[in-house]
Write a new protein. Sequence first.
Length: 278
Amino acid sequence: MEIKKIHWIGIAFSVIVIIASLFFIGSKFFFLMIGIGMIIGAVPFVLTVVNETKVDAEKEEMFLEFARNLVESVKTGTPISKSIINVRKKPYGVLSENIEKLANQIHLGIPLNTALKVFSEDVNNKTISRALTLIGQAEKAGGDIGEILEAVAEAVSMSDKLKKERKAVISTLVVQGYIIFFVFLVIIIVMQFKILPMVSGIADVGAVGSIGIGGGGGIDQEEIANSFLYLLLVQGLFSGLTIGKLSEGSIKSGIKHSFALMLGSFLVSSVSNLFLGS
C-alpha cells in the first residue's frame, strides 16, 4: 500500500490527540484519548483497503465486459489486435485508462504479448493476470483465438458468479458472527461491572481473601478493565478476519470487519468504564 497525503494527515492528527492525552494522565480520559488517537490514525488506512477491495471487484467485472466485446469482434473475423483497438472507446470504468493504453501500444506496433504483459502489471489483479496469460499464449500458439477468448470470458464469469453466490450464502453467517461477538461483548461488560465486584465483596467479607481474591483491598478495577479491553480487541481482530475470509475469500476483506468490531469494542468498553467504573 502506497502511503499518500491522506494517510500522513491521519497520522498527524493521531499524534496530536495522543500528545494531548498526556495532559489527562491519571484520569479516566487518558486511555480513551489514546484509543481515539489510534483510531484516527487507522481510519485512512482502513478506508484505503476497503476502496482497493472495491476497485479489484470492479476491475474483474469490467474485464469480463472487455473480454465479451473481444469475443464478439474476433468471431466476425477481425484479428485480436485490431479488435482491441476497435473496442477501446467503450466505457470500462476503472479499466478504461488501462485498455486505452493497451490499444495505443498495439497501434504503435508493440507485440501483443508484450502489451498484454504491461496491461497485466498495470491492473495488478490475479484473476485478470491469469486470463491475459491464456490469451497471450493462445495468440502465440496460433489456435482458434475466438474460442479461447470465449472460454476465458466464461471462466472469469463463473469465478465472479461463484464469489457472489458464496457471499450471498455466507451473509447470514456474517450477521451471526456480529451478533455472537456483541453478545460476548455484553457478557464481558456484565462480568466486569456486576459479577466481579460482587465476588470481590463476598471475598472481603468471607474467608476467601486468604487465597488472593479479595485480599482486603478488593479487585483493581483499572487492571481488570484493561485486561477485558485487550481481550475484546484481540477477539474483534480475529473475528473480523475470519468473517472476511468466509464471506469474500480474502483476509484483506476482513480488515474492515476487524476495524468495525474493534472500534465497537473500544467505544463500548471505554464509555462503560467512564459511567460505570468506580
